[in-house]
Ligand binder design. Sequence first.
Ligand code: SF4
Length: 285
Amino acid sequence: MAEPADFRTPVKPVWCPGCGNFGILSALRGALADSGVEPHQVMIVSGIGCHGAVVQYVHVNGFHSIHGRTLPVATGIRLANHELKVIAVSGDGDGYGIGMGHFIHAMRRNLDITYIVHDNKLYSLTTGQTSPTSDKGSATKSTPFGSIEIAVNPLTLALSSGASFIARGFAGDPPHLRKLITEAIAHKGFSLIDVLQPCVTFNKVNTNDFYKERVYKLEDEGYEPVDKAAAYERAVEWNSRVPIGVIYKEDRATYEDEVVTIQDMPLVKRPVEGVDITRTMEQFM
Ligand code: SF4
């Protein structure tokens, strides 16, 4: 069985010292080991943003896609080869801004994809502009007098869009996040983990200390993530207390379960007979 170290690559992360991305990376490698998968059985797809480099730091198959298109690429990979564990990684700007339409449709389809969002409430790669999850009033490089828009709540959006596993993690608690990612990988269906990820360079409000003072674990309160109305109440909690843990989960058929053409075998294993694809291959290889 693979160990977390088996998912390391020789590439040294370029993230700023103290960035929450390090906690997420460590939790992800640990969760892969806990899931009992081998590196060749996993595909990670990332988008554009500080998170995007993650594909270079985890020793599995990787696809660094374009801005906001993490989920369409992950969808294509799942439909081509549903024997792969597909983990899509995004940021709040990439996933909830540019990729918002894809996010909603992937959830209602219930594709079997684990979606980890590094949510630092800013576009950080471009040096700190307001993102969809920036709170109203946030003073950023693009909103020096404070944002005048209310923030997107990814958890309530996921509840209303049909995600079958919805959780929130905190980058400052990698062991807890590791358990959440392991559970999400084991879940059959679309799983969202929105991760509170301090950006130490540009976000001076939502810091490590900010979250440490506020986060509490749902499981410590005996919360059972089975009721949508109760989940909604927890999902809107954002004050002196901020919940982390699994907010909601349900079992239902995945999109892949209902695509008749892939029931007997993955598309990539289907023999291509009577069709000459030489020219197509030459064009793309
Ligand atoms: Fe992390 Fe922010 Fe630095 Fe990006 S800019 S690597 S999110 S601390």
